[in-house]
Design a protein around this ligand. Structure first.
Ligand SMILES: Nc1ncnc2c1ncn2[C@@H]1O[C@H](COP(=O)(O)OP(=O)(O)O)[C@@H](O)[C@H]1O
Ligand SMILES: [Mg+2]
Ligand SMILES: [Zn+2]
Length: 435
């Protein structure tokens, strides 16, 4: 048997096989049933969410000799011909490589001819935002007055790059990122049919890694299959994509929380020695700290096993919220520094050491701890105070009162801002990523 990539082999052939886009497939089926199919569609959405698949199904459904409930039968002569590519009335064009005026002009000439055997000639134009300005103009003329027997399905990941004139002539459907639940549902069907054995946790990990793109989920699965693994489990996938194991992440996080620099560095070095990518690694740490925060506030976390949740519960009991917040912020700053550095390992290790330094923090609890240390030193008599030179400079009145206000009202927020003037943009990036 010839080898086909999983994602092609398992391209949904009916609307009902598609997952996560019910709002779209339902409308399309209704239009087909009511014989009210539009002449131009725009399928918008991230990669691997089903735009091309839906376009192909639609192209068959409107040409099928025995459509059922708005679905193509995939058995009649027309469906089969379109599926095998022997019927040329359904044309797929990739605008990324055919973006010139000539490419579109040839479509404009072609549309005047009747389809060979199908009812409609269907043009599926992928990555339509890549067309040149001239090509857009040429396309516009055809979209304005397409012959009865012609349908257009345009697909794009970047609708904001399309001229308004094109947008206004199409029925637009927005394909959503596919939920982890739906990805797992589809993966299970694929694994079952392809006789792939895989654990529930592994499916979960694949779903998280693919971030809403079904194609990515199938590609990860494919890599496991190609390696000839019989029973795919969670650790195998994490190894494959270079994610450090949760054990290490947990050790590092508890190390940071306890200011135990040896524990942190030892575990970090183990992960690095396995050749994991530092950027991914840092993100895993951020994600874990963020998850601890979420758990602390809501007692709910979806992506962990029962045993893992028990451990998370234990860690959370001892960790305080401000401290976790500051860890997330500091790690995000570290992630940024790593991105721009040519000495990633050093920056990474130095960042971890800094996180384990009790006296560095600025959160309420950090400050409390710093006061504690000072009090301890005072009590032990080992605090040396250097005498401060007196300043005679008078501050202007307004400034004095403004400062007064800040100090009374919001003391440590002000301190934080003064110390890190650049951290604002950073914070909003994190909250976006966390959302
Ligand atoms: N909504 C979906 N339901 C089921 N499988 C999907 C879905 N979206 C994508 N896939 C899988 O991913 C592959 C690529 O999808 P495709 O329709 O080409 O995505 P897009 O055109 O949006 O990039 C398909 O062959 C199919 O295996
Ligand atoms: Mg596509
Ligand atoms: Zn058919």
């Amino acid at each position: 048997m010839a080898y086909t990539a999983l994602y092609r082999e398992f391209r949904p052939k009916t609307f009902s096989e598609m997952v996560g886009q019910d709002h779209i497939t339902k409308t399309l089926k209704n239009q087909i049933i009511a014989d009210r199919v539009g002449h131009a569609y725009l399928f918008n959405g991230g990669r691997g969410t089903g735009k091309t698949s839906a376009a192909k199904i639609l192209a068959r459904a409107i040409n099928c000799l025995n459509p059922k409930d708005g679905e193509p039968c995939n058995e009649c002569e027309i469906c089969k011909g379109i599926l095998s590519g022997s019927i040329t009335d359904v044309v797929e064009m990739d605008a990324a490589s055919n973006n010139s005026v000539e490419d579109i002009r040839s479509i404009r000439e072609e549309v005047n001819f009747l389809p060979t055997i199908a009812k409609y000639r269907v043009y599926i134009i992928d990555e339509v935002h890549m067309l040149s300005t001239g090509a857009f103009n040429a396309l516009l003329k055809t979209l304005e007055e397409p012959p009865e027997h012609v349908k257009f399905i345009l697909a794009t990941t970047e609708p904001q790059k399309l001229p308004a004139t094109i947008l206004s002539r199409c029925q637009r459907f927005d394909f959503k990122r596919i939920s982890n639940e739906d990805i797992i549902k589809r993966l299970k069907i694929v694994c079952n049919e392809a006789k792939i054995e895989i654990t529930e946790e592994a499916l979960n990990t694949i779903a998280i890694l693919s971030e809403g793109a079904m194609r990515d989920a199938l590609s990860i699965l494919e890599r496991c299959v190609q390696d000839g693994i019989q029973n795919i489990d969670d650790n195998y996938i994490k190894d494959l994509v270079g994610i450090p194991k949760l054990v290490y992440i947990k050790q590092i996080m508890t190390g940071i929380l306890n200011y135990n620099v040896e524990q942190v560095l030892e575990n970090a070095n183990t992960v690095l020695a396995e050749g994991k990518d530092i950027t991914n690694f840092t993100w895993e740490l951020i994600k874990f700290a963020k998850d601890l925060l979420i758990y602390k506030t809501s007692k709910k976390l979806e992506l962990y096993s029962k045993e893992e949740l028990d451990e998370i519960d234990k860690i959370c009991k001892e960790a305080d919220k401000d401290r976790l917040l500051s860890i997330v912020y500091n790690l995000s700053e570290l992630a940024n520094n790593i991105k721009t550095s040519s000495q990633k390992t050093i920056i990474f290790q130095a960042g971890l050491i800094k996180l384990c330094n009790k006296e560095q923090g600025n959160t309420n609890s950090d400050l409390e701890r710093r006061i504690e240390i000072l009090e301890e030193r005072l009590a032990n008599g080992n605090l040396q105070v250097k005498s401060q030179p007196k300043t005679n400079i008078q501050q202007p009145k307004e400034q004095q009162s403004a400062q007064h206000f800040v100090q009374e009202d919001n003391k440590d927020v002000k301190t934080k801002e003064e110390k890190k003037p650049a951290s604002n943009g950073e914070q909003s990036t994190i909250s976006r990523k966390m959302a």
